[in-house]
Design a protein around this ligand. Structure first.
Ligand code: ZN
Length: 236
């Protein structure tokens, strides 16, 4: 989902690293990607859990030191049990690469709120229009809709005004959106059709940045296209 290396490649590297077959720097690089990719973060957790379960199974097997025909049967049983788990893991990986598992809001960390109510971490909830969304310095929220998605990073407050097409009104903080979306702040407004852009706002100034073509910026001087990679800071 991020630029450059695809999630599939990150997951291969994650697997290799968890098996002790990684390369120098893998640990930091993988952690950095997981920090910005909830799907790969979930994949990492699933894999760690699966490997732990397999190691437990191996330890039990060695402790029982099976031998002969009985041992072979036990090993075959173990393979028969492990294969479906691997298949399920692989299927989930494929599914996650194709589309997000669910729609709605998902929080990382425990400091996110919807209309003042705490949002449980790592679970999907629906967000009605006109919901007030908040994150604190240690939490992030991902909003996934059919035609757009958004990420709210630490200490962000915004209003989910409309879901289709997505319209978010930012009071403070940083929001990154993809798809068909509008982000509105007191000093500037971004409108995207299928692209990616971000807006950061602290009340006194607004910073906007485009990550794709087709990002329209509207401020007091009018409306114009903001080319990919371009950043503007607007002051009151
Ligand atoms: Zn990823």
């Amino acid at each position: 989902m991020e630029t450059g290396t695809s999630c599939a490649v990150w997951r291969e590297r994650t697997q290799a690293w968890l098996r002790g077959q990684g390369e120098p720097g893998d640990r930091e690089a993988i952690a950095a990607h997981r920090g910005s990719c909830p799907e790969c973060q979930q994949y990492y957790r699933d894999t760690v859990e699966l490997l732990a379960q397999m190691r437990q199974g191996e330890t039990r097997q060695i402790a029982q030191s099976p031998s002969g025909e009985k041992g072979r049967r036990r090993r075959n049983l173990w393979i028969a049990l492990a294969l479906p788990v691997f298949a399920l893991l692989l299927w989930n990986t494929v599914k996650r690469d194709v589309a997000p598992r669910e729609e709605g809001l998902r929080a990382e960390g425990s400091g996110a709120r919807v209309d003042g109510r705490a949002l449980a971490a790592e679970t999907w909830v629906d967000a009605p229009e006109n919901s007030a969304l908040e994150t604190d310095a240690n939490s992030r929220v991902r909003l996934v809709l059919p035609a757009a998605s958004a990420e709210l990073e630490g200490a962000t407050r915004c209003l989910l005004e409309r879901k289709s097409p997505l319209r978010l009104r930012v009071l403070a903080g940083r929001i990154r959106v993809r798809g068909d979306a509008q982000i509105i702040s007191n000093l500037a407004e971004l409108e995207l059709s299928g692209g990616e852009a971000e807006l950061e706002c602290d009340g006194a100034s607004v910073r906007v940045r485009s990550h794709s073509t087709g990002v329209k910026l509207t401020d007091t001087t009018g409306t114009r296209l903001l080319p990919p990679g371009e950043e503007r800071v607007l002051d009151r």
